[in-house]
Design a protein around this ligand. Structure first.
Ligand SMILES: [Fe+2]
Length: 263
């Protein structure tokens, strides 16, 4: 269930953001910029420089589109707060990245479960300027469009542990490219510095079989050798990998099951 509603987008692709939303954007970006400069991978930081996001106001979709179209042929597509799998995969297959046009409230400044405008733009769009990452995301959309419901659940794990929560090696260092981490100050620090979470070498078979929860800090991250590994994945027979993973099923979760409270 969503508690947010996307703001209307006019025929030119513009949203009327309020003064308070401009302030929230400013505060979110200024806090997170310092963190990502230390911890995001080069590809992300290069993309952020290209996007040249404004600090004092919420950016507009056409500004983002101009850069994405030039670099990789991608676009951002305004959507209502939640969309179904069909629409999600169809958009990615069409090189359109879905972006809900609402911004979190001050009350949920630090944490919200729903992907808002800050998460989508600041978390994801910088990586979409990278050709190898963009190609992976495009292939992912195409595969998902033709996959069965059960296969899609397996594919969702691949997306989760890459586009949302992926880490990558950079020389001797560990860096972040996942937008779910890069749009969260708490998880940026946690993913980089906390001794608790596991950081494992990326292995497609393991990733497809690893359960996750969306409402906790991740107990486990997967680390790529480089962003080029995503491009190589997009050229593999990923659906064969999904079939193999489905045959053996899920690995035991590293987290407690979500508490269910009955009314
Ligand atoms: Fe996301």
């Amino acid at each position: 269930m969503t508690s947010y509603v996307s703001k209307p987008v006019n025929e030119k692709g513009f949203v009327e953001w309020s003064v308070e939303e401009d302030r929230i954007w400013h505060d979110l970006v200024s806090r997170q910029l310092a963190l990502v400069k230390q911890s995001a991978c080069k590809e992300y930081l290069d993309g952020l420089e290209m996007l040249n996001l404004p600090l004092n106001r919420v950016p507009q979709l056409p500004e983002i589109n101009q850069v994405l179209m030039r670099e990789t042929g991608w676009q951002v597509e305004p959507v209502p707060a939640l969309i179904n799998f069909d629409r999600f995969f169809a958009l990615l297959a069409d090189k359109k990245f879905p972006v809900a046009t609402f911004l979190r409230s001050r009350e949920e400044f630090d944490y919200l479960q729903e992907p808002d405008f800050f998460h989508e733009i600041f978390g994801h769009c910088a990586m979409l300027t990278n050709r190898q990452f963009a190609e992976f995301t495009h292939t992912y959309g195409q595969l998902g469009m033709n996959a069965s419901g059960k296969e899609r659940v397996y594919l969702a794990r691949l997306y989760w542990f890459t586009v949302e929560f992926g880490l990558v090696k950079e020389g001797e260092q560990l860096k972040i490219y996942g937008g779910g981490i890069l749009s969260s100050p708490g998880e940026t620090l946690y993913a980089m510095e906390d001794p608790v979470p596991l950081r494992e070498q990326f292995d497609i078979h393991t990733v497809l079989r690893t359960p996750y929860r969306i409402d906790i800090m991740q107990p486990e991250y997967f680390v790529l050798e480089d962003i080029g590994q995503l491009y190589k994945l997009s050229k593999m027979d990923l659906m064969f990998q999904v079939q193999q993973a489905m045959k053996v099923g899920l690995l035991p979760p590293l987290f407690e099951p979500k508490e269910v409270t009955h009314a």
